[in-house]
Design a protein around this ligand. Structure first.
Ligand code: PRX
Length: 654
């Protein structure tokens, strides 16, 4: 282990109560927050009903709060009707219409301010445009866009007419896009000619064309936003420019009132199998927790400038860019580019220029920017910041302390938020007004969230620091509804143990002496690379589809910045390269995985062997591969291996 690595895993035992500076600016009241726990403990369902009545404008109020008759397919507020876009936009029009909803900063530094009135107008025009393209309530629409305001406009427009969007991250390949189009049976793709990232153009339209060439028969049309204005091809009869499609569309669009259980979106995420799952979210329950967490965890107030750096291609960009902040009438920052362009001061420069008060990002970005040195953030005035957050992976205490001291100047609480695509919103996270934080811990479950740690029998682990399965024992409003088109997979993946009583998050965790949660890692074959979830099987099947590859096994390797890196062991159909090294083939396989899935899944390291370590029953010994990838000594008994002699090759020693 490198020295840096050792330092990054050091413990920090200090506790951090909210600073007096923060408390002075806080909008939530500590006593009120404490009473939420009491209310939820008394009657969880009634607690959520109260929240839903307060936070959401219902067109038809619900009379049933939770229908558990077909568990685990829980239905929240089933007879209530609402519109999510109405709740985000229309309800700001009366008192807040001129407030800035979006501060958009382009890769090249151009800035655009969009008020709530203007956002509402643009969403209505685009919603009518979608209707004119034949999109109706319940139809699926794929959004494959750069991180620009129009991506949020497209999402809100779908929500306005009851269409179900599925946003695909702009870094995914044609094949991944095609899989998602086919699984959703979408009618329409919304994309752009390209996106700008770090001074380079991302060829979104070309990738879309690549996907559509491979099938995707459900697609009738493609709306293309002109963003880069570089040369692309447009297929007549199928492709239409966004600005042409919008011609003549009205600025009025009555929201379509949908049931609270109507799917708002489908978002794909990796699991233990080769095929990503379409996580289906509701409208009412999802929106509710997007709002409550904005209040409890982000302490959002009317004058805040809120910046969540996540792309809308991920759940964080759904809940904390496109929906939660707008539903609370906040001003958000949307940024097209990358944190290191034109230099590693970009985030801090933007925080200063846009007076960002709440900043939310991933530990991987914090680690990368920490590496660039303190003198960069120290050049900027970050005094407007009052709250910092992290998400996506455990934050190591060293990065936490840097964030706290160099960025937060020891006055901003840090909210380390544990949640998942499936949970829709924060589950275990500090409420910064009351919670004393500890570096590396996501602290306690939020009110109404019954998180626990259990053993194999489903019994709660009460002993401090003993690890177990992280479970949620009662349904919560923003929970996953099902896996799109595959109810059985939903049941098998999330409710397989404990007689289907508890939601199984797929993480292991422990609680310390004070009951604080510490996430220990995934229990399944899922990697967390730079805060992104990647299935090892998904990467393995991509590698194996290369004509020269016979077999592959992928494991995670600890990485200073990414948290985890992709490490692949590959068996070729032909001879193993001399000494186990073939840089040309390695580059080719990396590019291949990039084409099959997307650049985020490219292996950092590939090691060639004549075989993989298997038990006599033919099972690949992944634990052993993980030990080797970490560069650790093998201490376990390897005599049960069918092919023990393979070890030196796997270790790179032969
Ligand atoms: O392993 C946990 C990790 O990320 C997984 C969820 O990934 P995804 O669905 O892509 O959503 C990421 C953004 C919500 C979890 O099962 N994870 C997420 N947040 C944290 C975390 N691990 C530790 N600490 C966190 N704060």
């Amino acid at each position: 282990m490198s020295e840096d690595n050792i330092e990054s895993t050091l413990h920090e035992d200090r506790h951090f109560p909210p600073s007096a500076d923060f408390i002075r600016t806080a909008s939530t009241n500590a006593d009120k927050l404490a009473s939420l726990y009491t209310q939820a403990e008394q009657n969880n369902t009634e607690f959520w009903a109260d929240q839903a009545r307060t936070e959401i404008d219902w067109q038809t109020p619900f009379s049933t709060t939770l229908d558990s008759s077909n568990a685990p397919f829980f239905r929240w507020f089933p007879d209530g009707k609402l519109n999510v876009s109405y709740n985000c936009l229309d309800r700001q029009l009366e008192h807040n219409a001129d407030k800035t909803a979006i501060i958009f900063e382009a890769d090249n530094g151009d800035v655009e301010y969009i008020s709530y009135r203007e956002l509402h107008r643009r969403v209505c025009v685009f919603a009518n445009t979608l209707k004119a393209q034949g999109i109706e309530q319940g139809d699926r629409v794929i959004i494959y866009m750069p991180m620009i305001a129009e991506a949020v406009i497209a999402m809100q427009a779908c929500a306005r007419i009851g269409a179900i969007h599925s946003v695909v991250f702009g870094g995914f390949s044609s094949s991944s896009l095609k899989d998602r189009i086919e699984d959703t049976q979408a009618k329409l793709v919304i994309t752009a000619d390209g996106g700008n990232r770090g001074g380079r153009i991302i060829e979104l339209k070309a990738t879309t064309d690549g996907a559509l060439e491979q099938g995707c028969d459900s697609i009738n049309s493609v709306i293309v936003l002109q963003r880069t204005a570089h040369d692309i091809s447009m297929q007549s009869g199928r492709d239409i420019w966004w600005h042409d499609a919008e011609q003549g569309q009205s600025e009025q669009c009555e929201p379509t009132w949908v049931d609270a259980t109507h799917p708002l979106f489908i978002l794909y995420t990796s699991g233990s199998t080769g095929k990503p799952k379409g996580i289906q979210h509701s409208s009412g329950g999802y929106l509710l927790n997007a709002i409550t967490t904005m209040r409890w965890v982000f302490d959002i107030n009317d004058s805040d400038v809120f910046w969540c750096t996540a792309d809308v291609g991920w759940i964080t960009g759904h809940t904390y860019v496109a929906y939660g902040p707008l539903a609370t009438g906040s001003t958000i920052v949307i940024f097209e580019g990358v944190p290191t362009y034109p230099d590693a001061g970009r985030f801090w420069d933007m925080c200063q220029r846009h007076c960002v008060s709440i900043f939310y990002t991933a530990p991987t970005a914090i680690r990368a920017l920490m590496k660039a040195g303190d003198e960069i953030p120290n050049k900027y005035d970050l005094s407007q910041l009052r709250l910092l957050g992290t998400v996506g992976e455990p934050i190591n205490p060293k990065a936490w302390m840097w964030y706290h001291t160099v960025i937060g100047k020891e006055k901003c609480p840090i909210v380390d938020t544990w949640w998942q695509t499936e949970t829709g919103a924060h589950m275990v996270a500090p409420m910064p007004v009351t919670t004393i934080t500890k570096p590396g811990s996501c602290t306690r479950a939020l009110p109404g969230i019954d998180a626990s740690i259990v053993n194999d029998d489903g019994d709660e682990i009460t002993k401090a620091n003993q690890g177990g399965y992280l479970v949620i024992r009662q349904p919560w409003p923003s929970m996953i509804q099902t896996v799109w088109g595959d109810d059985q997979r939903y049941k098998d993946t999330y409710w397989p143990m404990f007689d289907g009583k508890y939601y199984l998050a797929g993480d292991s965790a422990r609680r310390d002496e004070e009951g604080y949660f510490w996430i220990m890692g995934r229990i399944d074959d899922v990697l967390n690379v730079s805060g992104h979830r990647l299935g090892t099987m998904e990467i393995e099947s991509a590698i194996v589809s290369h004509p020269q590859v016979a077999e592959a096994a992928v494991v995670g390797q600890p990485h200073d910045i990414k948290g985890e890196a992709v490490f692949a062991y590959v068996v070729l159909k032909g001879e193993r390269p001399a000494g186990g090294v073939d840089d040309t083939l390695t580059q080719e396989l990396r590019a291949w995985v990039g084409e099959q899935i997307g650049a985020i899944a490219k292996p950092d390291d590939i090691r060639y062997a004549d075989n993989l370590p298997k038990t006599r029953s033919g099972k690949i010994m992944r634990r052993l591969l993980r030990t080797i990838a970490k560069g650790e000594e093998i201490t376990s008994d390897t005599s049960t291996l069918e092919n023990e002699s393979i070890l030196p090759q796997l270790q790179g020693k032969a």
